[in-house]
Design a protein around this ligand. Structure first.
Ligand code: G
Ligand code: G
Ligand code: MN
Length: 422
C-alpha cells in the first residue's frame, strides 16, 4: 500500500475511537487506523458502550469514527449525547447509509456547531481515511469547534435601542436578478450594526433581540428610511431598481404600520410597486386575523409581498393559501448544493411548481455556484440571489458593481438550447 500520509500521521500520536456494531467493519476500521499510523485505537460496538468507555478514559481520544446505524444507541443519538455532555471530540461519520441521510447528519452537526470533520462511505478506503486524518491534523475541526457561540459580552436591548437612536445601524444591499437574462431586478436591504466597541454585529444577533424587546418597529422604520432615501436618489439618476425590505411578522399586529410604510414611500417618491416586503419567519404571527388584514392592505396599495425563507418553519401551505403573497423566496438550505443532491432537486422542483400554480414570482436565495445557477435556470426559477451574483454591499458600491455585472450578462444568460422544465 502506498500511503504517503501515514508516516506524517504517525508522528503526531493520534488516538481514535471506532464506534461500529459490525465486528467485521470495526476490525477493518481498526486495522486501517493502525496502518495509517494511529498509535492508540479504542473500540466500541454502539453509542452506550462508547459513552461508558469515554467516561473511563482519563485522556479522551483525539478523534471518533462513528457508524450511524447501530442497535440500542445509533450514531446520531451518540453524537447528540456527547454534545449534551459538553464533550467536544472531533468526529468522522462512517456509514453505508444513503447519501441523503449522511448529508442530513452533517447538516445537523453543523447546525449544532458539533466538531464534525466530514463523512466517509463504508467500506472504508485507506486513501479517504488518510485524507480525513490529514484534514484533522491540519486543524479542519478547529473552525467548527470554535465557531460556536462567541463569548463576547452580551448585547442588551439598551445597547440596541441606543444604537438605533445614535444612527449606528446602516444598510447593505444584495442584488436579486432575473434568471433568464441575469439583469438586475432589485436590491434586498439588509441591516448592519457597527458597534463602537464590539465591532460588526450581524443581524442574526440583533433581529431576534429587537423582536423580543419591541425594538423591531423602530429598527425597521430606520432601515426603510435609509433604503428609500437611497432608492429615491437612484430613481433621480434614472436608475430604477426594485427594493426588497425584510419585515418581521411581529410588525403585522400593528395596524398603523400600513400608514407608516406608505407615508415613507411617498415621502421619498418611491412607488409601492417598486417595493417588495419580505416577510421573515423568525417569529410567528401572533394575531393571524390582524396580520392578514395588514398584508391585504399593503398588497392593495401595490407593495409586493414575499414569503421569505420558504421551506423553514412558519411558511406552511396553509399560510400560503391564506395570505396575499406575490413572491415565494426559497430558503438557501434547499438551494445551496442542489446540483449534487437529488433530494434538494425534488424539493426545489415542487416548490417552483407550486409557485407557478399559485402565480407567485419564484426566487431562489443562496446561489453560490454556476452549477446551482444553471440547475435553477433549467427548473424555470424566475429570480436568483446569492454570492455568485453579488454579496451584500454598501450603497456606494452598488453603481460600480452594476457596471461590472453588466459584463457578466452573457455568461449568466440562459443558454439558448435550454428549455425551462416548467
Ligand atoms: O445578511 P444577513 O446576515 O444579513 O441577514 C441575516 C438575517 O437577518 C436574514 O434572514 C434577514 O432576513 C434578517 N434581516 C436582515 N436585515 C433585516 C431587517 O431589516 N429586518 C428584519 N426583520 N430582518 C432582517
Ligand atoms: O433570509 P434572508 O433572505 O433575509 O437572508 C439573507 C441572508 O443570506 C443574509 O445573511 C445574506 O448575507 C445571506 N446570503 C445571501 N446570499 C448568500 C449566499 O449565496 N450564501 C450564503 N451562505 N448566504 C447568503
Ligand atoms: Mn430576506
Amino acid at each position: 500500500m502506498n500511503l504517503p500520509s501515514s508516516a506524517a500521521a504517525a508522528q503526531r500520536h493520534t488516538s481514535v475511537l471506532v464506534v461500529d456494531d459490525s465486528p467485521v467493519q470495526r476490525a477493518h476500521a481498526v486495522q486501517l487506523c493502525r496502518t495509517l499510523g494511529v498509535d492508540l485505537v479504542y473500540e466500541a460496538s454502539d453509542g452506550h458502550e462508547a459513552l461508558a468507555l469515554l467516561e473511563l478514559l482519563v485522556l479522551p481520544p483525539d478523534l471518533l469514527l462513528v457508524d450511524l446505524h447501530m442497535p440500542t444507541m445509533d450514531g446520531v443519538e451518540f453524537i447528540t449525547q456527547l454534545h449534551q455532555r459538553d464533550q467536544h471530540i472531533p468526529f468522522l461519520v462512517a456509514s453505508s447509509q444513503q447519501a441523503g441521510l449522511i448529508h442530513a447528519v452533517e447538516e445537523m452537526s453543523r447546525d449544532l456547531k458539533l466538531p464534525i470533520l466530514g463523512s466517509l462511505a463504508k467500506p472504508l478506503v485507506p486513501e479517504q481515511l488518510a485524507q480525513a486524518l490529514e484534514r484533522f491534523h491540519a486543524g479542519a475541526h478547529l473552525q467548527s469547534a470554535h465557531s460556536g457561540p462567541r463569548t463576547l459580552p452580551p448585547i442588551t436591548a439598551r445597547d440596541l435601542c441606543a444604537a438605533i437612536d445614535a444612527r449606528q445601524l446602516h444598510v447593505h444591499y444584495q442584488p436579486k436578478v432575473d434568471m433568464r437574462t441575469g439583469i438586475v431586478r432589485g436590491m434586498e436591504v439588509l441591516a448592519r450594526w457597527t458597534h463602537p466597541v464590539l465591532g460588526r454585529i450581524g443581524p442574526d444577533q440583533f433581529i431576534a433581540l429587537a423582536e423580543k424587546e419591541h425594538l423591531i418597529h423602530d429598527l425597521t422604520l430606520d432601515v426603510m428610511r435609509q433604503a428609500l432615501q437611497q432608492v429615491g436618489q437612484w430613481n433621480a439618476h434614472g436608475l430604477r431598481l426594485g427594493l426588497a425590505i425584510n419585515l418581521s411578522p411581529r410588525l403585522l399586529g400593528d395596524a398603523n404600520i400600513v400608514q407608516e410604510i406608505t407615508a415613507l414611500t411617498s415621502q421619498h417618491q418611491v412607488a409601492p410597486e417598486q417595493v417588495v416586503l419580505e416577510i421573515t419567519e423568525s417569529a410567528g404571527v401572533e394575531h393571524l386575523g390582524a396580520a392578514i388584514g395588514v398584508l391585504a392592505r399593503l398588497r392593495l396599495k401595490g407593495f409586493g409581498l414575499s414569503i421569505d425563507d420558504y421551506g423553514t418553519g412558519f411558511s406552511s401551505m396553509q399560510q400560503l393559501a391564506r395570505l396575499p403573497f406575490s413572491e415565494l423566496k426559497i430558503d438557501r438550505s434547499f438551494v445551496h448544493g442542489a446540483h449534487e443532491r437529488r433530494n434538494l432537486c425534488i424539493i426545489l422542483q415542487s416548490a417552483l411548481d407550486m409557485a407557478q400554480r399559485l402565480d407567485l414570482v419564484s426566487v431562489a436565495e443562496g446561489i453560490e455556484t454556476m452549477d446551482d445557477w444553471r440547475l435553477l435556470q433549467q427548473y424555470g426559477c424566475a429570480v436568483g440571489q446569492g454570492y455568485l451574483i453579488g454579496r451584500p454591499m454598501p450603497g456606494e458600491e452598488v453603481l460600480p458593481w452594476l457596471r461590472q455585472h453588466q459584463a457578466r450578462l452573457p455568461e449568466l444568460r440562459r443558454p439558448a438550447g435550454m428549455a425551462p422544465a416548467l
